[in-house]
Every structure is written in C-alpha cells, then in structure tokens.
Design a protein around this ligand. Structure first.
Ligand SMILES: Nc1nc2c(c(=O)[nH]1)N[C@H]1C(S)=C(S)[C@@H](COP(=O)(O)OP(=O)(O)OC[C@H]3O[C@@H](n4cnc5c(=O)[nH]c(N)nc54)[C@H](O)[C@@H]3O)O[C@H]1N2
Ligand SMILES: Nc1nc2c(c(=O)[nH]1)N[C@H]1C(S)=C(S)[C@@H](COP(=O)(O)OP(=O)(O)OC[C@H]3O[C@@H](n4cnc5c(=O)[nH]c(N)nc54)[C@H](O)[C@@H]3O)O[C@H]1N2
Ligand SMILES: [Mo]
Length: 747
C-alpha cells in the first residue's frame, strides 16, 4: 500500500543508520555484514560497488554511507538463485514479477542455459557454455554482427581483457552504460579542454569558495559527497544548487558520525537553492555568463592567454535576450544575476553535474556552457577550481580508460597492435542506441553483456525487447537475476560471476583488481568474503576462457594472463597512457592519480587552447504536454530495486508514482491519489506506461518526475542528446490519461 507524507528531517542522521541496518538484516547477514562493511573503501579491502565518488582518506576510519551499505549487503546476501529456482519458475512466470522481486531472490550460483526445449533455464557446464558462445560467434557472417556491452562495475583488468578479446575477434561493437550516462560530458569537455574527465580532486573541495551543483542528487546517489559538501559549508564555502526538485540532501545533512547531528542537529548545505524548469540549465547558465559580461567579472588574462572563441560567445550572449533566458530557464533575471554574482565573488569555484544535465537533447551544449562558465573566470587548472562531472558506476570511468569505447582513439589501437601483434578493427562500433537499432534491424545477432541490465536500463523498452528477442544468442555475465535474463534471444546464457566483495582465487593465488574513481584515482580492490557459490568464475576468467574458446588461433596467452592479474596490469602499463609502472604504483596506499593535462592548463585540443563554444537556446517545449524526468528513488541502484521507500521524498510502498505540481493537478482537473497512465507523444506515435499514482509535490509546473526503469517504455530510441546520443530520459514529452477503473488511493 502506497504511503505519501512529508519527510521533515535532514538527510542522513539516525534514519540512515536504521535503514542500513534493516537492509543488512533483510539479507540475512547481520554478523557477516558488519565485518564486510568495515572493509569497504579500506586500503586492503574492496572498493565499494556503489558509486564512483572517491574515498576521502583510505587510511582513516570507515566512512559510513547508507546506500553503500545497501549495495554491499545486496551482494553479500545469504539468498541464492540456483538450478532448483529455475526448475520451479518458468521464464514466463518470472517475467511477470517486478524488478524488486527479481533482485530479492539472491545471488546466481550456476551457469544456466535456455535453449528453447521448454520455458526454463537449465544448468550447463562452463566448458559447454563457452563452446556454445564460440560456435555462435564464429558462425556469424562478420564480427560486426556481435555486440559486447559493458556495465560500469567491471574492473580495469576484466575490461582490458574484454576489449582485447572483442578487438581480436574483429569488432569495435563495445556499447557501454557510459552511452546512457556521461557520454555527453566526455564529448563536450574533450572538445573544449582536451580531456573528457573531471579536473578536480578532493583537495579542491577543501579549497573552493563556491561549489555549484547542477542536476544531481547526491543524498541518494553519492551520499559520501555530502560529507565534502558539509565540510565546505561549515567553513563558509557558498554552495549553489540548481535542481527542479528540492532534494533533501542538498538542503540539510546530518552526519551520522557527529553525535550532535545523530541526535537531531544538522548542517545546512545549499547557501542558494534555485529550482529551474527541467532542461532550463543551458538558458540559466547563459544568463549567468551574460551577467559576468555585463559586470565585467571576467578573468581577462586567462581568456587572452589560454582560450579561443571568447568574442563569438560574448556576442552570442549579448544577443540573447533576458526574456528568452527567463522563459527558457524558469528562473527570474534577478535570481540568475544573484547566482552569477555569488559565483563571481568566489576566488575559486567548482562546477559539479550529473544526470540532470547529461540526459537531455541539448546535453552537450549545456555542459559546454558550464565549462564556458568555468573558463570565463579562469576556474580551471588552479587549486579549488575545476569541472566535476560526477560519475555513476564505481568503475565506469576506468572502463573507458581501458578501451571500452565504440569509437576508440587511433593511438589506442596502435598501442594495442604493437603490444599484441594483431591488427585491431578501425571501423567505429555501435553505441547503445545504435546497438538496439542494429539488433532490431537483424544486423546484429549475438548480444553479450559483461554485467548490467541492458533490457531495463535502455530506452524504448518494447523496441529493445523486440531487438533482443531477435538475437540468435543473448549472454549475461551477472551476479543477480534481472530483467535482461528474461528478455532473451533464441538461446540464452546466464554466466554467474564473483562480486567485488568476494575472494578471487586464481592459479597464482588470491587476486586484487583495480578501479578508477570519478576523480581519476586508481586503486586496488580485494574481496574478503567466500564466493557465493563454488561454481562462480571471476570476470577476467570468464573473458579469458571465452577468448580461448572463440579464438583457438590467438597468440595471446589468455590463461597465463588470468593466473596472476599482475600480468594483465603489465600489459595495461604498456598500452594505456598514464599506467607506466602500474603494479608498483597501484600498491602505494590509496593508489595513484592519473595525470590530467587540463588540470595543469595544458590543452590537448585541436587548436592547443581551451575553447569557448556558443550554443543557441533549445527550442521551447510544447505547452500542451508535460516534461517528464525519470529519476532514481532512494532505494534503488539503477535497475536494481532494493526496496519501495523513497524516504527523503516522503513516499513508501509504491514505485509507480508521478510527482506533479498542484497547479498542474488543478489545470488538468486531476487529484492527488488518483491513478493515471503516462503517454509519451512522439513523431512515430504514442508510448504508454500504465498505472501511476499522482503525488502532489513541489516541482515547477509543467514538469513531472517518476522513477526509472519503470518509465523507460516512454523514452523513444531516437530521443537522445545531439552528438552524444545519451537517451534524453530527463525530458520526455508526456500526457496523463486518468484511469477511472482504479479507485482513488488515499494514504
Ligand atoms: N544509491 C544509488 N547510487 C547511485 C545510483 C543509484 O541508482 N542508486 N546510480 C549511479 C549512477 S550509474 C549514476 S549515473 C549516478 C546518478 O546520480 P544522479 O544524477 O544524482 O541521479 P538521478 O536520480 O538521475 O538524479 C538526477 C537529478 O537531477 C535533477 N534533474 C533532472 N532534470 C534536471 C534538469 O533538467 N536540470 C537540473 N538542474 N536538474 C535536473 C533531478 O531532480 C535529480 O535530482 O548515481 C550513481 N549512484
Ligand atoms: N530512464 C532512464 N534510464 C536510464 C537512466 C535514467 O536516469 N533514466 N540512467 C542510465 C544510467 S546513468 C546508467 S549507468 C544505466 C545503468 O545500466 P546498467 O549498468 O546496465 O544497469 P544496472 O542496473 O547498474 O545493472 C544491474 C545488474 O548488474 C549485475 N551486476 C551487479 N554487480 C555485478 C558485478 O560485479 N559483475 C557483473 N558482471 N554483474 C554485476 C546484476 O546482475 C544487476 O542485476 O541506466 C541508464 N538508464
Ligand atoms: Mo550512470
């Protein structure tokens, strides 16, 4: 039963502790849980499989994080999904269950095969599984008919071997979750400052005078970031938040480690909180830049010495009217001028952003405007200043560094060729959107996923399902049961693997892997729990055995490489820039920082200078429609649903809710507690997601919010960021259709 109320407390505090304890208990791991958790983000422990936010001080005591606890507990659970489970439940029956149910069943224990003999998965041996995949791959007309997806939990070692195998097999079809996430950040920043990664470290958070947070909900998705924001706020740093929702974690935070705050005190986080309309950021940042021009709050020396494109941008800013900026942003000129003045008063400022910025049609333009904002005041490449795109998955940044990239840089392929003695393919591969289209068109027939939940995470759910079902073979390397196992090809395999928290024993002894966080720190991760099942293989071992089975003629010593991951790292050191002496450097406490030339004001751009780029305001949205953003609740990890509570937003017991402004309810003749269908309106027709409960909420009129992945059926495949092709899942044009057949829910 849905419950809707108001949560008045600060984020964090005692409720965060209580909630973590509940999740540990639900997984049946109370005693083991504490031991496991104490090893998260410790020098000799494992990297938390939660988010990519860096660790403050690996030597210091355990840093508590409620959602980190949920992620770790979900992996360390006592529950198991073995052959008996699949014998008992048909695929059809499982497909009718929700994502919360699938996740709650526990860890996968055994390789499973669906081969069409009935509607069940059946156990299969590892050798047989690899032989089957090899046969399908080698039967393809071209290597480009296979797709190899990666999700961002994959370690550097597994990712490096995987792209190596895929390229030796002969394709660059390496779509990854980055395509759904920060792709736009990489493209925008690469063009402007020559690197597609953030330029700041945690030290900069200690020195900034202003931190601007755009389109991000750290209280839920990067809870450890609140510790940094809290410390910054307490020393007087201005924190400016731009978000259509008043996210509690950005308003007030109670650090559970502080006894006073645990008992009810809290620290205000945002000094200034602005609620633009969805998609209004490009306009509002243009407004801020215009104000900087009008008040001459510019770093002229930096602009002259380091950049080009300023005059074009300046002319474009002055030609953009305040009326258009106000209409486009949903903020008033006074608000925007205030924000710009606070920003201009800071000697050093950081700009952070996440999915509220990247998942828009004009994402690349908005991010370039954010970088323009930094460049205009020389806020790059000096202490306390810089760009901070906050990554999602714990190793999504590292996977890219290791070559998981459908458009690899030629220099990377050259290095690969020199090290391994084969000629890698040079044609661009498919990204996620391209992969779905290619499967739907029958051009790709084998889909292999190293982690993730492609069927649920991708846009246009019905089309994606049709695309996957057309494949001859779908394969998922997974820790937990998920939707993608149930939306399968003519044959399908589930290959169960070790998680981060588990001991990875190879011929050469227990192994560690490495990861790269959102601030380019590379460090070791070693699990300490016994594996969930004796049949599990590590991801590197799965890739190596698949490679050996598929490419018997390969001269790469796959088995030797996985016997001791130091050997993989030796190869990485010779191929990937910045990894020289990898094995030694990564063993230093806390690991090492990857060089970022832009952070030294060295611009590896086309013209050798940092670039200002002008962009027009996006076209106005259709006033007849609502703009839907698809966001995360407090109790989920992407498509993994841990529970049905969204504590800070005051909703529990129901995920199918729509947050809507009172003004829109009145205008549309609707009432809170009523059920509606969401109908997205696109040029190729309507898409429907059924049965959502209306929840009155403080959100700018014309804008609504609901959780992903339930809303992915509404996101058209071709509704994506220009150039980056990140699905525009934060701005879906929709209509509400009342459901008269479901009684009003009053809670
Ligand atoms: N516990 C937990 N941790 C996670 C994840 C998880 O699901 N659960 N996911 C991980 C991953 S892969 C990622 S990418 C990150 C995601 O981290 P976030 O980006 O914080 O995730 P979202 O829930 O998508 O939140 C988007 C935020 O942007 C706001 N927003 C939406 N549209 C706009 C807009 O147009 N303008 C502005 N200014 N704001 C907007 C929303 O109100 C919301 O606060 O978190 C990572 N960490
Ligand atoms: N509408 C909408 N769609 C979105 C988003 C949105 O905001 N709105 N966000 C997008 C974003 S930012 C992202 S990153 C994607 C996420 O897309 P994915 O990364 O594909 O999805 P996840 O839900 O993170 O994957 C969860 C599954 O990973 C598996 N898993 C967990 N740990 C491991 C491990 O250690 N190894 C292996 N092999 N498998 C493991 C488990 O089986 C689990 O079911 O979704 C995107 N889709
Ligand atoms: Mo993400």
């Amino acid at each position: 039963m849905a419950k809707v109320g108001k949560y008045d407390k600060a984020a964090g505090g005692l409720d965060a502790l209580t909630s973590s304890f509940r999740h540990v208990r639900e997984q049946g791991i109370v005693t083991r849980g504490a031991r496991t958790l104490l090893r998260a983000n410790q020098p000799d422990g494992f990297d938390c499989p939660g988010c990519a936010w860096p660790d403050r001080n690996p030597q210091s005591s355990f840093e508590f994080c409620e959602n980190g606890v949920k992620a770790v507990a979900a992996e360390a659970t006592r529950r198991r999904v073995g052959p008996e489970f699949f014998a008992r439940h048909s695929i059809g029956w499982l497909a009718a269950q929700d994502d919360h149910y699938l996740e709650a069943q526990g860890r996968l224990t055994t390789p499973m095969l669906y081969d069409g003999r009935d509607d069940h998965y059946h156990p299969v041996g590892w050798d047989e599984a690899f032989a089957l995949i090899a046969a399908e791959l080698n039967a393809l007309g071209s290597p480009d008919e296979a797709l190899f997806y990666t999700s961002g939990r994959t370690s550097n070692e597994a990712a490096f071997l995987y792209q190596l195998f895929v390229r030796e097999f002969g394709t660059n079809n390496l779509p990854d979750c980055s395509n759904l996430c920060h792709e736009a950040s990489g493209i925008a920043m690469g063009e402007q400052i020559g690197v597609g990664k953030g330029t700041v470290t945690l030290d900069d958070f200690e020195r900034a005078d202003a931190i601007l947070v755009f389109g991000q909900n750290p209280g839920t998705n990067h809870p450890r970031m609140l510790g940094e924001l809290r410390a910054a706020a307490r020393r007087g740093c201005r924190i400016l938040v731009f978000n259509p929702l008043r996210e509690r974690g950005l308003e007030r935070f109670a650090d559970p480690k502080d006894p006073r705050e645990l008992l009810g005190g809290s620290t205000p986080i945002a000094s200034h909180y602005y609620t633009p309309r969805i998609g209004g950021d490009l306009a509002l940042v243009k407004g801020m830049l215009r104000r900087l021009v009008e008040t001459d709050a510019l770093d002229h020396a930096f602009i002259a010495g380091h950049t080009d494109g300023w005059e074009t941008l300046r002319a474009d800013l002055l030609a953009t009217s305040w009326e258009d900026i106000e209409a486009g942003s949903g903020l008033t000129r006074a608000q925007i001028e205030e924000a710009a003045d606070v920003y201009a008063a800071a000697d050093a400022a950081i700009v952070c952003w996440a999915m509220g910025i990247t998942q828009h049609r004009h994402a690349v333009g908005t991010i370039q405007m954010l970088v323009n904002l930094l460049l205009a005041r020389g806020n790059l490449g000096r202490p306390g200043a810089g760009a901070c795109p906050v990554r999602g998955h714990s190793n999504v940044q590292g996977d890219r560094t290791m070559g998981i990239n459908e458009r690899p840089p030629p220099a990377f392929l050259d290095a690969l060729a020199a090290e391994f003695g084969f000629e890698p393919p040079r044609r661009d591969g498919h990204d996620v959107v391209g992969a779905i289209a290619a499967m739907a068109a029958g051009e790709c027939r084998v889909f292999f996923a190293l982690g993730g939940n492609f069927a649920a995470a991708s846009p246009d759910t019905a089309l994606t399902a049709r695309a996957l079902r057309q494949c001859a073979l779908t394969v998922h390397v997974s820790t937990k049961l998920n939707r993608s196992h149930l939306v399968h090809g003519r044959r399908a395999l589930i290959l169960p693997c070790l998680g981060r928290t588990e001991i990875d024993l190879q011929a050469g002894g227990p192994q560690s892997v490495t990861v790269e966080d959102s601030m380019s720190m590379v460090h070791l991760s070693a699990g300490r729990n016994p594996p969930a099942s004796p049949e599990l293989l590590s991801e590197p071992a799965i890739v190596a055995r698949l490679a050996a089975a598929t490419l018997p003629q390969s001269r790469i010593p796959w088995r030797e490489l996985v016997a001791d991951y130091d050997r993989i790292r030796e190869r990485i050191a010779r191929v990937v820039p910045g990894f020289a002496d990898f094995n030694a450097r990564v063993r230093a406490p806390g690991g090492f920082h990857l060089d970022n030339p832009a952070a030294r004001r060295e611009w590896h751009t086309a013209g050798g200078r940092a670039r200002f780029v002008a962009h027009p305001l996006p076209a106005a949205t259709d006033p007849q429609l609502l703009t839907l953003m698809t966001i995360r609740s407090h109790d989920q990890y992407n498509t993994t649903v841990y529970g049905l509570h969204d504590r800070y937003r005051g909703v529990s017991g129901e995920r199918r809710v729509v947050f809507i402004a009172r003004a829109d309810l009145e205008r549309l003749g609707l009432a809170a507690g009523q059920w509606v269908d969401l109908v997205s309106v696109w040029r190729d027709g309507e898409r429907i997601a059924e049965r959502f409960l209306l929840v009155e909420y403080a959100i700018p009129p014309g804008n609504i919010a609901a959780y992903y992945p339930e809303t992915n059926p509404l996101v058209p495949l071709d509704h994506h960021a220009e150039r980056a092709r990140t699905p525009a899942s934060k701005a879906v044009p929709v209509r509400l259709r009342p459901r008269r057949d479901i009684p009003l829910e009053l809670a």
